[in-house]
Design a protein. Structure first.
Length: 400
């Protein structure tokens, strides 16, 4: 076991977001003997700073004057609170890890790293600007007025950090294009948590929730974004021609535009919408599915991210139908956990039908998925790569 490090992590995410990347990393680092404190945005509070422990992680929540999804790293009041708290916190940290480079994360991180003379690492886990998620998750007026600002903050400060962690290869290449040497970049994809997400038997799941065991059920997991569902719904309509009773379990907070896409595809009556589920209930609900769906066409925003739902799918032990895009193509090329198909609804439907028609094949792929979750993509293993990257960054700083 390497020497214990004292790590300060800063994220703009709200505290109660479902297992954000920073908190998962912090928890596993703590389990390996390191000291970690995580700075987050309070869910609703607009005044006062609160400290509590969540999943073993000491969390310091900062107020924000904005509301809902706007509490995402842009509020000046939140920035000032973080700067003031860090100035009072004093020394004692070995390294600071800043998750994304929004104003509320990067400015406090840079100020603290400069004053404390410690290394700064930034994490990059989504392609937002320059044709990325900004194009699909923000309205036209926002893209026109503030798109340049998103891109500026996404890119401008990367080269000022001592190291960069990226969630996928495309962001690693983008970091290199910004002038960051490859040795200062570490790819840490989204990992799996097999202990948190058990692979329950389909029969047990359906008995618990009252689904007919002979009914073909598909599964799609999301918190609230539901990207690329148009492809999935169009494929579902074609699957229904061969499997007339097929239905799709779609978890998470479903927005009106998702309902509209299902209506246009003619599959609104085939959706099962359990809503945003507690973590303990998610394996039971999704465990009812025969096949998991992950629409993932070749777009800039898909190339520049890692679909975290693949980790959940692997843990739950069901096969997946997806597109061979980005790093996901490599995963399915190395592990027989599902089928990669073309980007047309017909291609996607054909893959789904293949697995529904061949339960033995689906079962073998599901077993391989669970094995991959435990042995190859487990956060317990991935966190060692992050730990070693920290050590290299610290060693480089000591010799310069």
């Amino acid at each position: 076991m390497p020497e214990s490090l004292r790590i300060l992590m800063i994220t703009h995410h709200r505290t109660q977001r479902t297992r954000p990347r920073a908190r998962v990393m912090a928890q596993h680092l703590i389990q390996r003997g390191h000291q970690v404190v995580l700075l987050t945005t309070a869910d609703t509070r607009r005044g006062g700073i609160q400290t509590r422990v969540i999943d073993e992680v000491p969390v310091v929540e900062f107020p924000d004057l904005l509301w809902g999804r706007l509490r995402s790293g842009w509020d000046l009041w939140a920035l000032l609170n973080r700067l003031a708290w860090l100035r009072r916190a004093g020394q004692g940290w070995d390294l600071i890890h800043c998750f994304e480079t929004r104003p509320n994360t990067i400015h406090p991180a840079l100020d603290f790293a400069r004053r404390s003379r410690i290394p700064l690492v930034t994490d990059w886990n989504d392609w937002i600007g320059r044709g990325g998620l900004l194009q699909v998750l923000r309205p036209a007026w926002y893209r026109l007025l503030l798109g340049w600002l998103e891109t500026y903050y996404e890119e401008h400060f990367r080269s000022r950090a001592d190291g960069t962690t990226v969630i996928c290869s495309a962001l690693g290449r983008r970091a290199e294009n910004l002038g960051i040497p490859p040795e200062r970049i570490c790819r840490i994809p989204g990992g799996t948590s097999p202990d948190l997400y058990p692979a329950y038997a389909k029969e047990a799941c359906r008995a618990r929730l009252g689904y007919d065991l002979t009914e073909p059920l598909l599964g799609f997991a999301s918190a609230d974004s539901h990207l690329d569902v148009g492809l999935m719904f169009a494929a579902l309509a074609q699957v229904a021609q061969r499997f007339p009773t097929v239905r799709l379990i779609c978890t998470g907070t479903v927005r009106p535009e998702v309902h509209e896409a299902a209506r246009r595809a003619g599959v609104a009556d085939r959706l099962i919408l359990p809503g945003f589920l507690p973590l303990a209930e998610l394996p039971w609900q999704l465990g009812c599915a025969d096949v998991f769906l992950l629409p993932y066409p070749q777009t800039v925003y898909n190339l520049g991210r890692w679909p975290n739902k693949i980790g959940l799918y692997l843990c739950l032990g069901r096969p997946v139908v997806t597109n061979p895009t980005g790093d996901l193509a490599e995963v399915l090329a190395r592990h027989p956990v599902g089928l990669t198909v073309g980007e047309t609804p017909a291609d996607f439907a054909a893959g789904i039908c293949t697995l529904l028609a061949d339960p033995d094949l689906a079962g073998r792929m599901g077993a391989a998925a669970r094995q991959a979750a435990v042995a190859d993509f487990n956060w317990r293993t991935l966190i060692i790569d992050l730990e070693q990257f920290y050590q290299r960054i610290l060693a480089t700083r000591r010799t310069t």
